[in-house]
Structure formats: structure tokens, C-alpha cells
Design a protein around this ligand. Structure first.
Ligand code: ADP
Ligand code: MG
Length: 607
């Protein structure tokens, strides 16, 4: 069967997405692969399609149990013989799977890396034919990556124990060069075909807000996303607890997830969210890598994460099924301190040397700086992210908060001079201060701290009192971003002059985009007409019944985007039904009749 046919027959998709086709061809030719594609781009398809076309079994190494369960559920629903072996199964269940492997009953097996060290599993792998070993989330092999997993270092040893070398295909969403090199080196990929696809996710809308009151801002955002699954990321467990409680107190349907909860509760809360029993998940970054829930249409960051890699991965959990989704950051300068704390106090990891630790920390501070710039830029947010990942995007995307904001280019030459001379004055006094305090001095705030440091006696104290504090901070952020000033991370985050600072005092003309007003005008494909919406609700009910019967999340039966297409196109014949994106042969056979009947009923009623 040709790969296009496999794609439609099992997965119901009509076309390959960017990168998928080339990767699959290369696998089928026997080449090793390194696929670097953003979250939600469709990496699974790159190995699942060829796995079905090759003789033997594909072993997929995956870091998380929840991820394996989700993938295997989806595969089984699509009619693919797949299974996982991990600690969520009883010993008897594990043995059953192993004996089925010997019988050649599966095409795809998911395991955690630790499994590869177990005698029993090594014996199976040595006996049966293995066509390919896929390493999902391959950045876990690198200490530079943000999810280093020592178990991943053992993969190469396992492969060496096999009597022949299968194809090795590694996939990740992490694009940095050092991680890429680590993956090739540590997994010993053999002259791999490397595919880096564009990182752009067109269906995601990005926005940064700097609200006075984050909680109110969050409620406003949630109100615009009624009846949609949303994730709210917070940087600490404490914030998760607070936000979740306040949301519930205010009548929102929220649950929580962080590493401080016991296993049972975490599992339950996660399931409630995945199975659409609960709409809003408030979580730390512990929630996510395993979450392939496809109908999340909003990801809010209540706090800024510590780098753009994490941000894009977390935000990228929105809109996986291709539907339009919003990724909104609620930034405050305090978030920078929290992020800093996490960088300075990393999890103990005995496999990392002191020297390495210092190098990692320096790099982390550099990444934090870029993350902060993202939050304060008035340029296109999408362009900022894509440039960070080494791409050359257009200047404007017309689908982010900044592109949609009515900015006015404003001359800031004089303001910049005031700010810079204030920095010099403060230094002359033998003091130094961070961004926030600097703004307060310029504004002329009557803070104790300013008095104590004797900063209310310098000539630039209060020199910008005619401007709002917020605006002063924006201009300081801009000067830092453009390199006219810098934040000394190693020295209490104080603002310091740079080699470029003199240019400002020499009269260099500067202008920046400052906000006039914000408009929220984004049109979405997730919006249905009210008639379509009524059908959507009915199909959802049908889907839920089926999901409960099969004990899988609803989106494993049909994704929301698939249901929406049904509501728009209203298929009532087999071929029309098969023509809907996300409907493969297995699903047509299992659910087609029922869904088409419901659609037909709806059509009759509405005539
Ligand atoms: P990731 O790259 O993050 O691992 P996944 O493999 O989980 O992404 O895929 C994300 C979503 O994209 C899934 O819901 C999947 O069904 C969908 N998808 C993948 N390939 C295609 C395709 N060729 N056409 C349409 N949808 C696709
Ligand atoms: Mg994936």
C-alpha cells in the first residue's frame, strides 16, 4: 500500500503535512532520521505510517506513561495493532503483551527507556524482527535540553545488543544546535536524514498582556473562551493552588496539577481534563509533555516561563487538531525573579559536573533574557519566536497581539537621554538598581527604599513624573532590548550601561512603537454558526457515549476539528463521510452509520 493510502485508511488524513512525506520516504529507504518539528506538527505520523508499511515491529521509546497510553489508544481506535509495556500494567498484563509480541500480533510497541535495560525485554527484542526504533521527545537525551532523562542515555547500549541494527528515527521539537548535535552523537545516528520543518503554527494567535491584576485579566480571557478546554500555566505550585481555588470560587470549572499532589489525585485531575469532565486545567510545567489532547484552544501563561523553548512547547499544546487557538502570556516583571530562582536552584542531577552546571546556568540566563524580551517587545510576536528558532519570518503576521495592536511610533530620544543619565547618576552615587526601581526613581516615587538609598537627591529623580510608570518601564525595556542598557544577571539584576550607551548621550535619535489602543478582532475557525453549533452539541453527545463505552478520551474517537467539519459539510453518504478530515476506514466502519443518521435527522428537522 502506498503511504498516502495508509494515511487515509488508518488516520483519515488526506495530505501529508510539511516534512512528513520526506521523512517517511527516507525511513522506507532505510535511512536514520532526525526530525525536528514543532509541537503539534505531526511527528507521530512520520513513524506510524512507515511502521505499518515495513515488515516487523517498530519500537517507540517515549518518556511518559500518559503519552504512551494516549498514542496507543488513538492507534487502536484507528485499527492499528499497537500496545505499550510499562509500569501501569500488572505483571500479568505485561506478560500477555510480551507473549503477543512473540506471536507477531503488533506493529507498534511503546516503551519507556528504562524498559530497555530489563533482561526480559532485551530477549524479546533479540528474537523478533524489529524494523525501526523510534525515539520520541529525543531531546531528553541531552543535558542541554530542558527535560533531560538519564534513561535515554541507555538507548544506544540497547541497540548494540540487537543482532542487527534497525533504522533509528529520532524526533523532537527542540531546535537548538547543541541539542541537535547531542541527539546525533549520543544516539549514534548513522548519517541521518535531518529534517527541520518551519516552526510556524499558523493557527496559533499569540498575545502578551501586562495587566495590573492578572486574575481579572485571566477571567476576561476565559470568558472569551466559554466551553473550550484551556490550560493555565503557573510557575509555582503555590500559584497553581491559589489560581485554581479562586477560579472555582468564581464559578469556573477548574482543576489543578503539580508535582506536589499525590499520584492518584494528579491522575484523576489529568483524566478529568482529558476526558472533558473539567474545562480548565491550572498547572505547573509538570503538566504537559504527555498531553496530546487535541482540543485545547487556549493556553494562558499566568507567569512567564524561563525560556522560549519551554514557552513554545507549552503554548503549542493549543490547537493541535489545527483549529484556531489562543496563546496568551500574562507578564509581570516579578516573573523574572521567579524564573531566576529556578535557574539558580535547579533539580539536583548527579550526572552533571560542576563545570557543566555553571555553563548551563549561563546559558539559562541568556535564554531567560530572550524570554523577557519576548514579553516586552512591541514587534510581531510570531516573528520574534521564529527568529529565535533561526528562521527568517515576515515582519508581521497579522495574527498576534502586537500586529493587532494599534501602535504609534513615538520619538523617545529625550526620554532615553533622561533614563541613561539617571543610570549614570545612580552609579556616581556608588549605587545601582534594577529596572523597577530605576523607573520609580525617574517617576519620582516616594518609596522608603529610594530614601534609604538616598536616590531622591540626585538630579534625575522625578525627571519623568509627567509620564506613567508603565510607559517609563516600556521605554527602559526597549533600551535594554536594543542593547543601550543591560541587566547584569550576576549582579542583582542591576541595570548597567553598555558600549552603546554613549550613542544616546551623543544625541542619537530613537523611536519606538508605543501602544495607542488594543483591539481584539481575531476571527476563528473554531466558531460555528448557531445552527452548526446545535449539530455540534448533538454530535458531541454521541461521541461522548462512544468514548465512555471505549474508555478513551472523546477526541480519540473524533477530534473537535473533525466534528466541526461534519457540522459544516453534513456528510450523509459513505464517501462523503470518508472525505471528512480525520475519518479513516476503521472509524467510518465503527461510527459512520450512527453519526450520519444523527446528521440526517438534524437535516430533516431543520428543513
Ligand atoms: P507532535 O509533532 O507534537 O508529536 P502529533 O503527532 O501529536 O504532533 O500530531 C498533532 C496532531 O496533528 C494530531 O491531532 C494529528 O492527528 C494531527 N495530524 C498529524 N498529521 C496530520 C496530517 N497529515 N493531516 C492532518 N492532521 C494531522
Ligand atoms: Mg509527539
Amino acid at each position: 500500500m502506498k503511504k498516502e493510502k495508509v494515511l487515509k485508511k488508518y488516520f483519515g488524513h488526506k495530505k501529508f503535512r510539511d516534512g512528513q512525506s520526506e521523512i517517511i520516504d527516507n525511513i522506507l529507504e532505510g535511512n536514520d532520521i532526525l526530525g525536528i518539528m514543532p509541537t503539534g506538527a505531526g511527528k507521530s505520523m512520520c513513524y506510524q505510517v512507515p511502521a505499518l508499511m515495513m515488515e516487523g515491529i517498530t519500537i517507540v521509546i517515549s518518556p511518559l506513561i500518559s503519552l504512551m497510553i494516549d498514542q496507543v489508544n488513538s492507534l487502536v481506535q484507528s485499527g492499528v495493532a499497537a500496545a505499550y509495556i510499562n509500569s501501569s500494567l500488572t505483571l500479568a498484563q505485561q506478560n500477555k503483551v510480551v507473549s503477543n509480541i512473540y506471536k507477531g500480533m503488533y506493529k507498534i510497541i511503546y516503551v519507556a527507556p528504562e524498559r530497555l535495560e530489563l533482561e526480559g525485554f532485551i530477549r524479546v527484542a533479540q528474537t523478533v524482527k524489529i524494523s525501526m526504533i523510534t525515539i520520541d521527545e529525543a531531546h531528553c537525551v541531552s543535558q542541554w535540553g530542558h527535560d533531560f532523562r538519564p534513561g535515554y542515555l541507555k538507548i544506544e547500549e540497547f541497540i548494540k545488543k540487537l543482532s542487527y541494527r534497525p533504522i533509528i528515527a529520532a524526533f523532537t521539537a527542540t531546535a537548538t544546535d547543541d541539542v541537535r548535535e547531542d541527539i546525533i552523537r549520543i544516539l549514534k545516528l548513522n548519517n541521518p536524514y535531518v529534517k527541520v520543518t518551519g516552526f510556524n503554527r499558523e493557527n496559533l494567535y499569540f498575545e502578551v498582556q501586562r495587566p495590573k491584576d492578572k486574575f481579572t485579566a485571566l477571567c476576561d480571557i476565559l470568558d472569551r473562551h466559554k466551553n473550550q478546554s484551556a490550560i493555565v500555566y503557573c510557575s509555582t505550585r503555590k500559584t497553581v493552588e491559589e489560581v485554581c481555588e479562586r477560579l472555582n470560587d468564581n464559578g469556573y470549572d477548574a482543576t489543578r496539577y503539580h508535582a506536589g499532589l499525590d499520584d492518584d489525585e494528579r491522575q484523576k485531575n489529568q483524566d478529568d481534563f482529558i476526558y472533558d469532565q473539567c474545562e480548565i486545567m491550572v498547572a505547573t510545567n509538570a503538566f504537559g509533555m504527555g498531553i496530546d489532547k487535541s482540543n485545547v484552544y487556549l493556553v494562558v501563561h499566568y507567569n512567564m516561563p524561563k525560556n522560549i523553548e519551554s514557552y513554545y512547547q507549552e503554548a503549542g499544546r493549543a490547537g493541535r487538531d489545527g483549529g484556531d487557538a489562543d496563546c496568551i502570556m500574562l507578564y509581570s516583571a516579578r516573573d523574572v525573579n521567579t524564573a531566576r530562582y529556578f535557574i539558580e536552584n535547579p533539580d539536583e542531577n548527579s550526572e552533571i559536573s560542576d563545570q557543566m552546571r555553571i555553563k548551563i546556568m549561563e546559558k539559562d540566563f541568556e535564554r531567560l533574557k530572550m524570554m523577557t524580551f519576548y514579553c516586552t517587545t512591541s514587534e510581531c510576536l510570531r516573528a520574534f519566536i521564529l527568529e529565535y528558532f533561526g528562521e527568517n519570518p515576515p515582519l508581521n503576521c497579522d495574527n498576534c497581539g502586537n500586529c493587532n495592536t494599534n501602535f504609534k511610533t513615538t520619538d523617545i530620544t529625550v526620554d532615553a537621554q533622561k533614563i541613561v543619565s539617571c543610570v549614570y547618576r545612580i552609579r556616581k552615587k556608588g549605587r545601582s538598581c534594577g529596572k523597577t526601581l530605576l523607573a520609580e526613581v525617574l517617576y519620582g516615587s516616594k518609596l522608603d527604599k529610594i530614601k534609604r538609598l538616598d536616590l531622591d537627591t540626585i538630579s534625575t529623580y522625578g525627571i519623568m513624573s509627567d509620564m506613567s510608570l508603565k510607559r517609563i518601564r516600556y521605554i527602559i525595556d526597549y533600551l535594554i532590548q536594543e542593547g543601550y542598557l543591560e541587566v547584569d544577571e550576576m549582579n542583582y539584576r542591576t541595570v548597567q550601561p553598555t558600549l552603546k550607551t554613549k550613542e544616546i548621550l551623543n544625541g542619537k535619535e530613537l523611536s519606538m512603537k508605543l501602544i495607542k489602543e488594543v483591539s481584539y478582532t481575531h476571527k476563528k475557525d473554531t466558531v460555528l454558526t448557531s445552527e452548526e453549533d446545535r449539530l455540534f452539541e448533538r454530535l458531541k453527545k454521541l461521541r461522548n457515549r462512544r468514548a465512555v463505552m471505549a474508555s478513551v478520551p472523546a477526541y480519540v474517537i473524533f477530534q473537535d476539528s473533525t466534528l466541526r467539519e461534519m457540522c459544516r459539510k453534513r456528510p450523509v453518504t459513505d464517501s462523503e463521510f470518508l472525505n471528512i478530515s480525520g475519518v479513516g476506514e476503521m472509524k467510518k466502519r465503527k461510527y459512520g452509520k450512527e453519526f450520519m443518521e444523527e446528521i440526517q435527522k438534524f437535516i430533516n428537522e431543520n428543513e
